[in-house]
Design a protein around this ligand. Structure first.
Ligand code: SAM
Length: 335
């Protein structure tokens, strides 16, 4: 009997290509205290506050997704820690008793240290450069020291973390080896993320520093071994021989992992995006007080998921400005 209910749950979130979606990435705000140029414009127009999911709605959505088979939730944004109600949201979602993850720029970790240590299984922290001046130019705020301080604080408080660096040609690709050197010194995990095209983010194909280029560069400096990839992981993982840490490459464009995608994204204003690059959105708000309708909307979003890249077949097509202008900024999707 129990087995039957498990199968039924899985089927709820299975798309037409057989992929089971059990990982919810929930954006709790589109606001952010940084202005990373690859993520959002300098003067973003934020969603009206009245459109943002309330704590109760977030809690209810989580319970419905979990009842349909979700077994992992990540809170993100915008900057999740910048939402005033972050502690209450984290506590409420944690009560559902499934592993909870967080993606953050790290600048506000010191304000929620105990909560993060107690509540989250692991935290992804963005850090695109190890140089103070460059941080101010890429991330457009003077938060370099605070970010580094908070990464150290998180490590000393035994918070499991991964560091994400978005690699952009002629902006920070010359620091790839510096980041790899961190993995040779410390037991850290660094993930190099390929620069992806979204609305208002200054992407062009030239600025994409590809999976192969990243790997070739590291291999030209060090002997590298490939590690086993975990189920549904986005990153291919590697280690410099005998290093205590490891590094990964997440290359949505040149090394896509769509065939093992298990992610559902919900934006801060309650829309499902079944793919970062999919333009169709599924509004959960009108169904918020009708569980049956809510489940139908969620199922429809999963059923209609395209095989790859939201139905865009070429990098050029995804990067095409007319296509991107219909998509959201990454901050408004929830990374
Ligand atoms: N504020 C948090 C942070 O900085 O990590 C969470 C939101 S951010 C949108 C989530 C992730 O998306 C970060 O790792 C960020 O570096 C990544 N990201 C944003 N824009 C991107 C882009 N154009 N290409 C690749 N990754 C991007």
């Amino acid at each position: 009997m129990e087995r039957k209910s498990e199968i039924t749950k899985e089927k709820y979130l299975q798309d037409s290509f057989g992929r089971v979606h059990n990982y919810l990435r929930l954006s709790i705000t589109d606001r952010c205290n940084l202005r990373c140029s690859y993520c959002m414009p300098t003067d973003p127009v934020f969603m009206p506050v009245k459109n943002i999911l309330t704590i109760e709605e977030i809690d209810f959505l989580c319970s419905v997704f979990i009842s349909m088979g979700v077994n992992k939730i990540r809170l993100t944004g915008g900057e999740a820690l910048a939402r005033k109600e972050f502690p209450e949201i984290a506590n409420r979602v944690a009560r559902h008793n499934i592993p909870l993850f967080l993606t953050t720029n790290g600048t506000l970790i010191h304000k929620h240290l105990d909560l993060i240590a107690d509540t989250f299984t692991s935290v992804n922290i963005s850090l695109d450069t190890l140089r103070k001046e460059r941080f101010a130019s890429i991330n457009q705020r003077n938060a370099f020291q605070q970010t580094l301080k908070n990464i150290r604080l998180a490590i000393s408080n035994r918070i499991a973390l991964k560091i994400n660096m978005v690699v952009i040609r002629d902006s920070n690709h010359d620091e790839i080896i510096d980041f790899v050197n961190l993995t040779r010194k410390y037991p850290v995990e660094i993930r190099f993320i390929e620069f992806m095209p979204f609305r208002d983010n200054q992407w062009n194909l030239y600025r994409n520093y590809s999976y192969q280029e990243i790997l070739d560069l590291i291999r030209s400096n060090y002997k590298v071994e490939k590690l086993e990839k975990e189920n549904n992981a986005t990153a291919d993982m590697f280690r410099v021989k005998d290093a205590p840490g490891r590094f990964g490459i997440i290359a949505t464009l040149t090394h896509p992992f769509c065939n093992t995608c298990n992610r559902i994204r919900v934006t801060a204003d309650g829309k499902i995006k079944n793919c970062l690059f999919g333009l169709k959105e599924y509004d959960l708000r009108p169904a918020m007080h009708d569980e049956k309708k809510l489940k139908e909307t969620i199922q429809m979003a999963i059923e209609e998921k395209q095989r790859q890249h939201g139905g865009n077949s070429l990098i050029n097509q995804m990067g095409d400005s007319s296509c991107r202008s219909f998509n959201r900024t990454m901050a408004a999707i929830g990374g």
